[in-house]
Design a protein around this ligand. Structure first.
Ligand code: SF4
Ligand code: SF4
Length: 359
């Protein structure tokens, strides 16, 4: 099974849009080992995602988990996969060497040219120059790593520029998401700019397609891929079924935005998972009522319980911001997809058919 390990609630950065409650709580080795055992307890694959706060503050725990799970995998024949989301400030050659051996998938949170607008150290120092250097190091060891950019309203005029910058740094996988939560506030003007920026980004992606360059930019490419493979993005959300977070104390919840709400507590790494409660909660997730009858219902990420809960307080109610964003994203992606298909149908099928198969 797949678990997201919150190795610490601490972080050395203080991003403007951060939704995590920070504290000095770290996971103990005892909880870590129990969590690893739990990951191996069901199915033919054990997956761990190292998460935080900032997971690299607890490198010792990551090394311990890698050693333990590698051994367990060899003994049991169960495949072990791992990934990590990091702010990158503490990446070094020793860690990357070990991560490469374990085939760890690394997502580097990096906002491109607007890094210093929102992503600073806790004492206010900028991080852009350091993260640019760390990105080079990461790509040297693991060229398929992903840059994860979170675009807040302050950064939206630089969205397209940031995609170009990240690609020119060497990232072939880029994820652009907009910032949600109580700390950000989107105006209609910001959303107009976002629409223009999506269109500029699509122009750039078209340029790259024509030049035959390899790139994957989510969520634009995901929308094209889902459209041609007739997959419904809403079906990706299975609260607590596919990927359960584990808190530093070892408690299990359906998804990160439910952490701390005892009504959603699914068990802990010592006593195991309450399977009845998991199924009860998974069944509660449904398509928002406000979406009934909408033509985009099968194209829209409208029922991600985690983001709905963060934005509206209810896993089954979507925010107007997300509805607007989904509409503009689908429009921009469809226009790009049609254009790329017209330009080169064979290559289009290869690029999007392949990425669909690889997911
Ligand atoms: S690096 Fe991540 S956890 Fe740390 S402040 Fe930024 S968003 Fe929050
Ligand atoms: S576009 Fe809005 S109304 Fe339509 S399915 Fe998506 S969230 Fe629901």
């Amino acid at each position: 099974m797949n678990l997201t390990l919150h190795l610490t609630e601490n972080c050395n950065m203080d991003c403007l849009y951060c939704v995590r409650e920070k504290s000095p709580k770290d996971m103990t080795e005892e909880v870590l080992i129990k969590a690893c055992d739990l990951a191996f307890s069901k199915g033919t694959r054990a997956g761990l995602c190292f998460f935080g706060g900032e997971p690299l503050l607890k490198k010792d725990l990551i090394f311990r988990a890698l050693d333990y799970c590698t051994e367990k995998s060899a003994e049991s024949g169960i495949r072990f996969d791992c990934k990590m989301t990091t702010n990158g400030t503490l990446l070094d050659e020793g860690f990357l060497e070990r991560a490469r051996v374990s085939h760890m998938g690394i997502g580097l949170s990096f906002d491109g040219t607007t890094q210093d607008v929102c992503r600073r150290f806790s004492d206010g120092r900028p991080t852009a120059a350091l993260i640019e250097e760390k990105a080079g190091l990461l790509l040297k060891y693991m060229p398929d790593s992903t840059a994860l950019a979170t675009i807040a309203p302050q950064a939206v005029p630089y969205y397209a520029q940031s995609v170009r910058y990240l690609h020119e740094l060497g990232f072939k996988n880029i994820s652009m998401v907009i910032a949600y939560g109580k700390k950000v506030s989107w105006t209609d003007d910001d959303l107009d700019i976002l629409k223009e920026q999506l269109s500029l980004t699509c122009e750039y992606l078209k340029e790259l397609f024509v030049r035959g360059e390899k790139i994957f930019v989510g969520p634009v490419f995901s929308k094209i891929r889902e459209c041609i493979s007739d997959r419904n993005p809403s079906e990706r959300c299975h609260l607590g079924v596919r990927q359960m977070p584990v808190t530093p104390a070892g408690d299990l919840y359906p998804c990160t935005s439910f952490i701390g709400d005892r009504d959603y507590l699914l068990g802990n790494v010592f006593d195991g998972i309450d399977r009845t409660k998991v199924m009860e909660i998974a069944k509660k997730a449904s398509v928002p009522e406000s979406c009934e009858g909408c033509a985009l219902i099968r194209r829209c990420t409208n029922s991600c319980g985690c983001s709905n809960r963060m934005n509206t307080g209810d896993e089954n109610i979507i925010s107007p911001l997300q509805c607007t964003y989904e509409r503009m994203l689908i429009e921009a992606s469809d226009a790009l997809g049609e254009e790329l298909y017209r330009l080169d149908p064979v290559r289009f099928s290869k690029v999007f058919g392949e990425s669909a198969r690889n997911e």
